[in-house]
Design a protein around this ligand. Structure first.
Ligand code: ADP
Length: 367
């Protein structure tokens, strides 16, 4: 009954006026298109972001304005997904935003086009606020290992002659582990600052993916003492990918490590590698599937942001900086690839798309 009521209320308005009012009330933007993928509406927020006016956009192919590396997922009903779309600005920049997509129906319920909704507001935080959040999070993350190192080192110094060797070794091991944690954090912070300052160097060459994937999978299997079987299934005749091999390894390590770390009650991680063709381009797709705790829908849009540790008991228990996915997502994008995620209560699948042709990094792939 409730649904019917609200439908009647909406029907009493002119749909075009209603859409305009909605677009005025939200920080988010949308593009509507018909069945031939021609733009039918272009909201004011997108006009501001891209520099295109609605007049310029109407009737043009949507491909001139955005690109979704992974549209195939939209048909899936069994998982919620954060599609990241690349929005093209009039002056040649590329902006990436989480998006939602829905079909538009005509009055008989038949598909009539689609509406792509860009989640912009989460990106519009005040810069000062972001900076102070960043400084406070970094200080907190640094303080934890420093406190341990200081505490255990002082105890050892004060009482070293009374401690049995076993206990001494245990304390020294804690100090070493915490120092390594600190080093990892500093490495991640450096990577983030170089990414943000656009100062990371890339050496792009053709890379055979299997070699890196299989080695990383084995290393992580060993790191966790064989708690998970990590299988790698590679389609035949996979072309080489054009990437920086070290950065690729960094992405694989982060994604596979997370897949194991956030699935304590499962014993497997599955990796599939295949080709996809999109807009006359061939890309290699690496899908890393786990059967773990999954990611709640409301967090999906911010998972690729800095320090996006989600507040769940497992995140609190496991070690991490919340920078890995930000770094992986940025590295993939800079190398003309893309990283997306699909997740639900049954686990997560991270999908990495990589180019199979040479390209220049550091120009238009930067926001
Ligand atoms: P962290 O160092 O905390 O693992 P990441 O940037 O790699 O940082 O991941 C950010 C957050 O995203 C994690 O803290 C975790 O809450 C969530 N996450 C990442 N990968 C997965 C996964 N495979 N399954 C469930 N949650 C995940």
């Amino acid at each position: 009954m409730g649904v019917k009521k609200s439908k009647t209320a909406i029907m009493s308005h002119d749909p075009a006026q209603l859409l305009e009012s909605v677009s005025r009330c939200t920080q988010n933007g949308f593009i509507g298109s018909d069945l031939e993928d021609k733009v039918t509406c272009f909201s004011p927020i997108l006009e501001n972001l891209t520099g295109w006016s609605e007049e310029e956009a109407l009737g043009k192919d949507v491909k001139s304005f955005y690109f979704i590396p992974e549209e195939e997922n939209l048909a899936k009903q069994d998982a919620f997904s954060a599609q990241v779309a690349i929005l093209f600005t009039k002056d040649g920049r590329k902006l990436s935003f989480p998006t939602r997509q829905t079909e538009i129906h005509d009055k008989y319920g038949k598909a009539d086009g689609k509406l792509l909704f860009f989640v912009v507001d989460s990106f519009n935080k005040d810069i000062d606020q972001l900076q102070s959040e960043f400084v406070s999070t970094v200080s907190h993350e640094l303080r934890t290992p420093i406190t341990s190192i200081k505490g255990f080192a002082s105890t050892l110094l004060q009482h070293k002659s009374h401690f049995p060797e076993e206990k001494r070794n245990k304390y020294i091991k804690i100090i070493k582990d915490q120092a390594e944690r600190l080093a990892r954090l500093v490495e991640d912070l450096l990577a983030v600052s170089r990414i943000d300052a656009k100062k990371l160097q890339f050496t792009i060459h053709p890379v055979q993916i299997s070699q890196y994937l299989e080695t990383t999978a084995l290393l992580i299997e060993n790191k966790y003492g064989g708690s998970h079987k990590i299988t790698v299934d590679i389609e035949q005749n996979i072309p080489d990918v054009w990437v920086d091999a070290d950065r690729l390894e960094q992405i694989f390590t982060n994604l596979i490590d997370n897949a194991v770390k956030y699935s304590p009650d499962s014993d497997k991680v599955e990796i599939q590698v295949g080709k996809i063709h999109k807009d006359e381009k061939t890309m290699v797709k690496v899908a890393i599937r786990d059967y773990g705790i999954g990611i709640e829908e409301k967090f999906l849009a911010k998972i690729f942001s800095k320090f996006s540790r989600l507040d769940n008991p497992l995140s609190r228990k496991t070690e991490g900086t919340g920078l890995g996915l930000y770094i992986s997502h940025s590295l993939a994008r800079i190398m003309n690839g893309h990283l997306s995620v699909e997740s639900g209560p049954g686990g997560s699948t991270f999908k990495l798309y990589l180019p199979t042709e040479f390209f220049e990094v550091g120009d238009k792939s930067w926001d």
